[in-house]
Design a protein around this ligand. Structure first.
Ligand code: IDP
Ligand code: MG
Length: 153
């Protein structure tokens, strides 16, 4: 457990197309997590297949990968205390129908095939997913002006 724990969050093509990028980012910002990296990309089919490799034997794997590759996603790294676990709590359940109001899926979606957002489910998968989606130089180092560091300039 540390303040520099990191998780991989991606707004899926349905979330981008529905104009939910701002709403989703706002929730992570207002919770107090720190944005470390962000980019909008249309990932290759091979890339999304690798991202979901743990689900390769599931009947929905092909459709899921095709959908993730069908349009741009907003890929992000968020940092902060317990961000992996709390990121998942903020997402809601895998099935939007079981997601409580107040969670991202509980507020913005209704069906399992269109869950609008991905979030790493463990520290181990966060590390793997961050390495798959981002190069080290894409992770930006900066200090918050709230800690006084930019006041002297
Ligand atoms: P997660 O997104 O909550 O981590 P996973 O089990 O990792 O859930 O599944 C990845 C994605 O696959 C889900 O977000 C959802 O879009 C899709 N998915 C999961 N289960 C099903 C299913 O039973 N039918 C169709 N799509 C599914
Ligand atoms: Mg998952």
């Amino acid at each position: 457990m540390s303040n520099t724990e990191r998780t991989f969050i991606a707004i899926k093509p349905d979330g981008v197309q529905r104009g939910l990028v701002g709403d989703i980012i706002k929730r992570f910002e207002q919770r107090g997590f720190r944005l470390v990296a962000m980019k909008m990309i249309q990932a290759s089919e091979d890339h999304v297949k690798q991202h979901y490799i743990d689900l390769k034997d599931m009947p929905f794997y092909g459709g899921l990968c095709a959908f993730m590759h069908s349009g741009p996603v907003v890929a992000m790294i968020w940092e902060g205390l317990n961000v992996v676990k709390n990121g998942r709590l903020m997402l809601g359940e895998t099935n939007p129908a079981d997601s409580k109001p107040g969670s991202i899926r509980g507020d913005f979606c209704i069906t399992l095939g269109r869950t609008i957002i991905h979030g790493s489910d463990s520290l181990d998968s966060a590390n793997k997913e961050i390495a798959l989606w981002f190069k080290p130089e894409e992770m930006v180092e900066y200090k918050s002006c709230q800690n006084g560091s930019c006041m002297s300039k």
